[in-house]
Write a protein that binds this ligand. Structure first.
Ligand SMILES: [Zn+2]
Length: 463
C-alpha cells in the first residue's frame, strides 16, 4: 500500500515571519503522536530545487500538521461555487481547456482567446496546473494558474476573474514557500513503478537511488516487497507544489535489511542553496547514516545517474547482452546523449577511439584502480585531464561493437576486473566532524521519529 501525506512544516529563519504556516489541516492520531514525540526539534535543511539557487538555507522546525494533500478535484463548499483543477495540454484551445475544467462559458472562452497573457500562459503549454471556480450554471467565476520560473525563488500567479459581465486578468509574483512531503511505497516491479504509484516526482526517485547506491544495487537487486519512505522538500506557491527539492531523509528496506539516510549540513558551514541533482560530493552538506557515517564514498557504484531506463532493468531481458564477444565489465542501459560520469577522482589516461570500445575514456584513480567508459557518442575530456567524482566525461552512445546505445563500464584494480558495486562498498566513509556531533544527533533523532511515523502509516494501511 502506498501512503502519502503532507508534512507541512513551519519554517523559521532570520526572516521568520513571512514563513508562518498557512495551512492547518487535520492529522491522524498516530502521526500526531509520533511527530509530537519528536518534540519539535530543529534540523538544518538545505534548499531546494536545482534552479532555486538563490534561496537561503533555512532552519526547519517540524510541527504537527496536515496529512492530506489539497484535492481541488472535489467540489467544495461554499454553495454554488465549484472548484476544479486540471493540467494544460499542448493541444489545448480555449474551448478544450475550459471544457475539461467543466466550464461552459462562451464569454470566458472568447476572453482567453483574446487576452494576451491568458493566451501565452495557458494555451499551447504542457503541464501547467489550472484551477477554476464556476458558478452553479457552469459559467466561469475565477481562473488561477501558478508556475515557477527557473531561477528566482518566486512563482507567478495568473488570475482571471469575472467582474459582473466582464473579465479581468492579472499576473502577480510571490515567493515560493518550502514545505516537506513524506511519502512511502513498496516495490512491485521497479522503483519508478512504485514512485509513480505513490505520486512521487521522478527527481525524488533518482535522488533515492543515488543516495542509497552504495548499499543497494537498484539495477540488479531490488526485490518485490522492498519498501521505502522518503521525506523531501517541495517549493510551493499558494500551497500547490510547483517544484521538487532535495530529499531530506529516507529509508530503504532491501531484502529485509533497512538503510536510512539523512541530509545534514554542519552548522555554520556557510552552506548556500544546493544543486539537488547530483551534488552529493559537496562538503557543505551531504547524506549520512543516522549513526553519523557519511554516505559519500571514494567511488560511485554507477557511471550514469539512475533513470527510468535503468529502473526495472534487471527484471526484464536486457537487449544489449547480445554483444558478440566475451564480456568483461558491466553494461548500463542508457539512451544516447546521457551524461557518463567518472565514478571517482582521477586522471584521464586515454580519451579516443579503440577497436571494439569505440569512443572510450580510461581514467586512473588512486590505489592502482582504473575505470573504462566505452561506446561513447561524444568525448568530453582529454588525455591528462584531472577529473573529479561525478564529472561528465562523455555522452553515452553506440560506437564500436555495440548493438544499441549503452554505457560499457569496467573497473580494474591492479589490472583485474572488479564489480563496480563492490568497489563502491569497499571505499571508506567519512564520519561527521566532532564539532558538529551534537547538532547531528538532534537532527538524527528527529529523522528517526519522522521515518518511524512513515513506517507506521505504511504498516497500518497494509493491514
Ligand atoms: Zn559491454
Amino acid at each position: 500500500m502506498i501512503n502519502q501525506f503532507n508534512a507541512n512544516a513551519q519554517l523559521f529563519s532570520d526572516a521568520a515571519a513571512r514563513w508562518l504556516t498557512q495551512h492547518h489541516k487535520r492529522v491522524t492520531a498516530v502521526v500526531a503522536s509520533l511527530l509530537l514525540g519528536g518534540g519539535g526539534g530543529a534540523f538544518a535543511v538545505a534548499s531546494l530545487a536545482p534552479d532555486a539557487a538563490d534561496l537561503p538555507v533555512r532552519e526547519m522546525i517540524e510541527t504537527v500538521q496536515p496529512l492530506t494533500l489539497p484535492d481541488y478535484s472535489q467540489d467544495v463548499a461554499p454553495a454554488f461555487v465549484l472548484y476544479r483543477t486540471d493540467t494544460t495540454r499542448a493541444s489545448d484551445t480555449a474551448d478544450t481547456l475550459l471544457k475539461r475544467l467543466g466550464v461552459d462559458d462562451q464569454e470566458a472562452a472568447t476572453f482567453l482567446r483574446n487576452n494576451d497573457s491568458a493566451r501565452q500562459i495557458l494555451l499551447g503549454r504542457i503541464g501547467r496546473q489550472v484551477t477554476v471556480e464556476t458558478l452553479s450554471d457552469q459559467r466561469l467565476s475565477k481562473l488561477t494558474a501558478r508556475w515557477s520560473a527557473d531561477t528566482d525563488g518566486q512563482f507567478v500567479r495568473l488570475v482571471i476573474e469575472r467582474i459582473g459581465n466582464r473579465f479581468t486578468s492579472r499576473t502577480e509574483t510571490a515567493p515560493l514557500r518550502a514545505n516537506s512531503q513524506l511519502a512511502s511505497g513498496t516495490i512491485e516491479s521497479s522503483l519508478f513503478a512504485a514512485t509513480d504509484e505513490a505520486r512521487i516526482p521522478d527527481a525524488v526517485a533518482v535522488q533515492l537511488a543515488e543516495i542509497f547506491s552504495g548499499d543497494v544495487d537498484f539495477r540488479r537487486s531490488l526485490r518485490k516487497g522492498d519498501r521505502f519512505s522518503v521525506v523531501y522538500e517541495t517549493l510551493e506557491g499558494d500551497g500547490e507544489p510547483l517544484r521538487t527539492g532535495r530529499v531530506l531523509s529516507a529509508e530503504f528496506v532491501n531484502a529485509g535489511k533497512a538503510f536510512q539516510a539523512m541530509w545534514f549540513a554542519e552548522p555554520g558551514s556557510g552552506q548556500t542553496a544546493g544543486n539537488t541533482q547530483a551534488d552529493y560530493s559537496s562538503n557543505k552538506g551531504g547524506y549520512y547514516t543516522l549513526d553519523g557515517r557519511s554516505l559519500r564514498r571514494a567511488f560511485l557504484s554507477s557511471p550514469v545517474e539512475f533513470s527510468r531506463i535503468s529502473s526495472g532493468f534487471s527484471m526484464r531481458f536486457h537487449p544489449v547482452l547480445k554483444e558478440m564477444r566475451a564480456h568483461l565489465g558491466t553494461d548500463f542501459a542508457a539512451s544516447t546523449g546521457t551524461p557518463a560520469r567518472t565514478v571517482g577522482d582521477g586522471v584521464v589516461t586515454f580519451s579516443g577511439v579503440q577497436n571494439g570500445y569505440g569512443n572510450v575514456v580510461f581514467i586512473k584513480h588512486h590505489g592502482n584502480t582504473e575505470t573504462v567508459y566505452a561506446h561513447l557518442s561524444k568525448l568530453l575530456v582529454r588525455q591528462g585531464d584531472s577529473v573529479s567524482q561525478g564529472q561528465t566525461i562523455g555522452l553515452v552512445g553506440a560506437t564500436g561493437w555495440a548493438t544499441g546505445p549503452h554505457l560499457h563500464f569496467e573497473v580494474r584494480a591492479n589490472g583485474v576486473q572488479q564489480d563496480p558495486m563492490k568497489l563502491a562498498q569497499q571505499s571508506e566513509t567519512i564520519p561527521v566532524a566532532a564539532a558538529a556531533k551534537s547538532a547531528f544527533e538532534r537532527a538524527a533523532q528527529q529523522t528517526k521519529v519522522v521515518l518511524a511515523a512513515a513506517t507506521a502509516i505504511q504498516t497500518t494501511s497494509a493491514q
